[in-house]
Design a protein around this ligand. Structure first.
Ligand code: AMP
Length: 304
């Protein structure tokens, strides 16, 4: 199969049940790879590697089809789609997981048929064994830049497999609390240094509404969060941050520290839109012009 996409992602495509202080949605379209690919597609075409079950609604598929997202590696199989139920209380930075049903994920074994493998690869939040399988199949040095994400669920259940993935990636984009848990260090700088020693040259720590910290082989960059008056549903902020960041890197083909700063700013801005509504709803009403406008405002707000 011909592949013209410079970027690919493996992750979850999910049905979520989400409750925030502002409302509840029973069957929301979610998943790490869904948010990632939708956000990345503002910058570059992206290939999505994932699995869904028979219950996966066709309306959700249509949402992905709105954008330049190659779905030829989105497998549909018998069984139920990955399901996540989460809740946010007053601290909107932390999701409480109430239920995780892996469903079709347990039997999933991706088979990649890229004629020309993507140069940029993101191993979004999913079982680290699947992250490793995809990395094996894309192979090095064909994948020029590989980054990953993870969360408490996998840190607790699949730590040895996760550490093996970390040893093979160039970057990690991870939530601050998960970085602390992974490294066993409460201080974020020490946690980042430890994770860096395990593999990734670039360690990018997401701090929710408090912004981002970037460590890149001894260099350091910090960006505040874009101040928002109305945060509605934080689900997917981290994945859309990573999607826009990787999308921008893949579009520019430049992984230098200076360009990474730009990519992180785009990631922050796209994530700031994601949280303004449930599911992918706000991203569906978003265009590059709105992204650039908010980025301009962000530049003014954070320069002195
Ligand atoms: P975040 O960007 O961190 O808010 O990620 C939210 C998305 O992660 C939700 O749409 C969930 O479907 C998905 N998710 C939740 N738990 C897991 C898990 N254990 N593995 C992969 N994806 C998950």
């Amino acid at each position: 199969m011909k592949n013209k996409t410079p970027l690919a992602v493996i992750g979850t495509v999910a049905i979520d049940e989400v409750e925030t202080p502002f409302g509840k949605r029973d069957r929301a379209f979610g998943g790490s790879a869904s948010y990632f690919s939708y956000a990345a597609s503002f910058f570059t075409p992206v290939s999505l590697v994932a699995v869904v079950g028979e219950d996966f609604p066709s309306e959700f598929l249509k949402i992905l089809q709105e954008k330049p997202i190659d779905l030829s590696h989105l497998k549909r199989t018998s069984g139920k789609t990955f399901f996540w139920r989460g809740k946010y209380t007053y601290d909107l930075n932390t999701a409480e997981t109430l239920e995780t049903q892996l469903n079709v994920l347990t039997e999933f074994s991706p088979e990649l048929r890229f004629e020309s493998p993507p140069e940029f690869l993101f191993l979004a939040n999913i079982d680290p064994s699947l992250q490793a399988e995809v990395l094996d199949q894309v192979g090095r040095p064909k994948a020029r830049f590989v980054a990953c994400d993870t969360m408490n669920f996998w840190i607790e259940k699949k730590r040895p497999e996760l550490l093996k993935v970390l040893a093979r990636v160039d970057g990690i984009v991870i939530n601050e609390n998960e970085a602390r848990q992974l490294a066993g260090e409460s201080n974020l700088i020490r946690a980042a240094q430890k994770i860096h020693r395990w593999g990734p040259a670039k360690v990018i720590l997401k701090k929710g509404e408090h912004g981002v910290l970037v460590f890149d082989e001894g260099r350091f960059f910090a960006l505040p969060g874009f101040p928002l008056e109305s945060v509605f549903d934080p689900t997917g902020a981290g994945d859309s941050f990573a999607g826009a960041l990787m999308g921008y890197l893949a579009k520019t083909g430049d992984t230098s520290f200076e360009n990474l700063k730009q990519a992180v700013a785009y990631g922050s801005i796209v994530a700031s839109f994601t949280v303004e509504d449930f599911s992918l709803d706000r991203l569906r009403r978003l265009d590059l012009k709105q992204i650039e406008e908010r980025l301009g405002l962000f530049r003014k707000l954070s320069s002195f």
